[in-house]
Design a protein around this ligand. Structure first.
Ligand code: ADP
Ligand code: MG
Length: 492
């Protein structure tokens, strides 16, 4: 039975409880490996006969295309992201199991990221409609029943259900990696070791991370390529490097109802803000197996730290720790901290577990499947994120939406350029938006740096004072002992 608090916790939002979707993708085997493989797949279960058996939402055998993997669940998550739901898709598995093949892919077989980018374009171009008969929106029914007669009912009805909405979209992207528990900005390679911050307005965020407003799939792909090409500065062993780093590709989607612009004095110009994370994790093999030493050990153990924490977080969530008020150690690693809202939080989440069925990797494959099957038991609670300036907001009043922050500047520019060619106008607006965004992000980064410097300065001043005090104490001790000595001397 649906719990009432779940709706109440975010008044005015459409809420749905759903499990993390977990699928498994197997990599093609050589003929020899295929002959000796101990694994058997039947439907959605995979087993070593008489030894171990796992069941998942879906298992893709080696002849399945990435497009099929994408269609199974990620496509829905992308479409939901366009409607205002947060979404996250992870590729998990040991090095060489096909994570990057699945997420990034190649020109011949595009991965989940390029497929999503193209669907974004399509989904944000067509007006969309929430259909009250749709089974997936059963929560809307529940919510409407609960609040029938109340103002919430009217709001929901007009916002989500009955209107065919024409919306204005603003998409931006960021691309980061976590290597050695350090967050590096792949879109601004000079920004390294970024810090995670949290505040009421933005929630958990990576401070100073570059965001680019994007207007076409090509632009996104070019930026990704730029990020990739700057990833391994000074690295001699690229394979080792990429197997030890996590990359998070992120799209931030904002949208608002176009018709509300036309209703002058409209008090309800709610903006939906959602985030889609597409994550290519580091190899899940144990550090012991990599024979790590020295710096390598540090890297290995850090990756272990992030992946181990991810494992622990998933385990705790699967045991219901969060709903029972227990501790979930999100803060123990950068990865879990950044993705906290996606793990057992406000997001639609899918895990694609990449495995190889070769006999030599049986142990690793088994441990990947164990991780994946724990994830099956994690439930998320996704809701549409809406930001409003309503004087009686149903949603939390915040300044988080860029569409809102830039509203005045964009209106001014529109007025100035009125009458000029529309293509030109849109280009100008986009460019102004990006300039404003970059200035804002740069200001934020400098403010944070200043804050850090101030802290360091205060710390330094404190230490100088302490040292001065120590010196003072020492000198007075010396002075006293000298005085005592000379008194003794006179006495004698
Ligand atoms: P990972 O990112 O997990 O370390 P990769 O995605 O780099 O692994 O894959 C390792 C190798 O296997 C690559 O050469 C890749 O092209 C190949 N590969 C992985 N999955 C498939 C697949 N489904 N079909 C064909 N080749 C694959
Ligand atoms: Mg890889």
């Amino acid at each position: 039975m649906i719990e009432f608090e779940q709706s109440e916790s975010a008044a005015g939002t459409v809420i749905g409880m759903e499990r993390i979707h977990v699928s498994v993708r197997t990599k093609p085997l050589s003929q020899d490996d295929a002959k000796t493989s101990p694994w058997r797949i039947s439907g959605n279960s995979i087993a070593i006969p008489n030894l171990t058996k796992f069941e998942f939402d879906q298992i893709f055998s080696d002849n399945c295309s990435t497009a099929e993997v994408y269609e199974a669940r990620t496509k829905e998550i992308v479409e939901a992201a366009v409607r205002g739901f947060n979404g996250t898709v992870f590729a998990y598995g040991q090095t060489n199991s096909g994570k990057t093949y699945t997420m990034r892919g190649s020109e011949a077989e595009p991965g989940v990221i390029p497929l999503s980018i193209h669907d974004f374009q399509k989904a944000s171009e067509k007006p969309f409609k929430f259909n009250p008969i749709d089974e997936k929106n059963v929560w809307i029914h529940f919510f409407m029943h609960t609040y029938r007669g109340n103002v919430l009912f009217h709001k929901l009805e007009s916002t989500y259900v009955l209107k065919d909405v024409d919306r204005e979209f603003l998409l931006r992207m960021s691309y980061m990696e976590i290597y050695n528990e350090e967050i590096n900005d792949l879109l601004a390679p000079e920004h390294r070791k970024l810090q995670i911050h949290e505040n009421l307005e933005r929630g958990i965020y990576v401070a100073g991370l570059r965001e680019e407003i994007v207007a076409s799939p090509e632009q996104v792909l070019n930026l990704m390529e730029f990020g990739e090409s700057h990833r391994h500065i000074g690295e001699t062993n690229m394979n080792l490097y990429s197997s030890r780093s996590h990359t998070i590709f992120r799209m931030i989607i904002e949208s608002k109802d176009r018709s509300e612009d036309e209703e002058s004095g409209s008090s309800c110009d709610a903006v939906r803000v959602s985030v889609l994370n597409l994550v290519d994790l580091a190899g899940s093999e144990r550090a012991a197996k990599t024979g790590a030493e020295g710096v390598r050990l540090k890297e290995g153990s850090h990756i272990n730290k992030s992946l181990m924490t991810l494992g622990t977080v998933i385990k705790k969530l699967s045991e219901g720790a969060e709903s029972q008020g227990g501790h979930v150690p999100y803060r123990d690693s950068k990865l879990t901290r950044i993705l906290q809202p996606s793990l057992g939080g406000n997001a639609k989440t899918a895990i694609i577990c990449n495995i190889t069925l070769a006999q030599i990797h049986t142990d690793e494959t088994k441990s990947s499947l164990q991780f994946a099957s724990r994830a099956l038991r994690v439930t998320n609670c996704a809701q549409v994120n809406e930001v409003s300036s309503d004087p009686f907001p149903l949603f939390i009043l915040t300044d988080a939406a860029l569409l809102k922050r830039q509203k005045k500047e964009i209106e001014d520019l529109r007025a100035k350029l009125m009458g000029s060619h529309s293509e030109h106008l849109e280009k100008e607006i986009l460019s102004l938006r990006n300039t404003l965004l970059q200035t804002e992000l740069e200001r934020e980064r400098i403010a944070l740096e200043l804050e850090e410097e101030k802290k360091a300065q205060a710390e330094w001043e404190k230490r100088v004072k302490e040292q001065a005090k120590k010196i003072e104490n020492l000198s007075s001790m010396v002075l006293f002992s000298n005085r005592d000595e000379s008194r003794e001397h006179i006495k004698r």
